[in-house]
Design a protein. Sequence first.
Length: 373
Amino acid sequence: MDRPKFERTIPNNNLPFLPPPQELNDDSDILRKLVSTSRGLASVNINVMRLPNPFMLVNTIALQEAKTSTEIENIFTTEDELYKAISDNSNEGKMNAGTKEVLRYREALWAGFHAMKETGTLNLDSVLSIYRQIKNTTSGIRSPQANVVIKRGQSEFRPGEVIYTPPRGQKIVEHLMENLMSYLNNDDQFSFDPLIKMCVAHYQFEAIHPFQDGNGRTGRILNLLYLVHTGLLNQPVLYLSKHIIVHKSDYYYNFAGVTQSGNWKKWILFMLDGVEYTSILTNNLIDEILGQMESTLAFGKVKIKWYNREVNEVIFSQPYIKPRIIGKALGKTSRTTQTKLMEELVSARILTPKKFGSEVYYINDDLVRILAG
């Protein structure tokens, strides 16, 4: 059967239900790529286990994923604003809009991760919960009459031009989402390799575009949670947004290839490349953080008599540190004592003070350098 002609300004109500062609499971190029990609994911799992506390990744690798993912949607904040925010949540009222968006993404990622661990499922309710937390909203799937379109960004060639119109109409989006979630969860009916499923599901979710806004960020979180759900990742720490933003034109080119001509193979190979590439990137980040932690620990023990592994872990838990965090690690509640502790860390050049208005933050320059990549 011929594929219906695609018109970018007309709702894509001919978007096919899943699954894609079964022969994708047997394609020799895809099978070869699956081997190397799976090895990359396995190495990330091994590296994560080397960390003294995997929760450290919330404010390091997961934070970088959150920042890059929001940048894809042209939402920006500075490193300073972001690191200040995570070191002092009490100052939420002073955060700029971009910083709030990044932190909501990070919180949605980890809330979705913990909810999935508790329930053992990844379903439409999970997706709705992630979206609502990202956008700080109570709304759900967009209404049938909403004229949602995808346009070129302001920095692109022919800015504002419509490049895609997602499906629209009574229950059309709901039926497509039901099919998508069934494809992800029903392995008996849809017996595809889980990595292929992730690639296919990511295209389908973005093509359905179920929400008014926040679809890209929700879809990228869904990628990570599905990899965890299938046991391919232990923690949702793959830095996948980096690959998308670096290869943004290729991402949209291959996406359009599926939409216009059903070219699933190139899309899947592109996405698998991304998973493999970001596995390497994530491993490098973990290696650098662990190597710097050991170097700083050895140095700190020589320079400061009270310096220990627990304090070292706290200093590498986030780039900007407030005195009370060090005080808590040492059981020191006095502000005067905490100030003296910070002075010793500054004197040893383990941390650097930086003043923002009336607030002083203490910066782990080595961690900032590593995260900046």
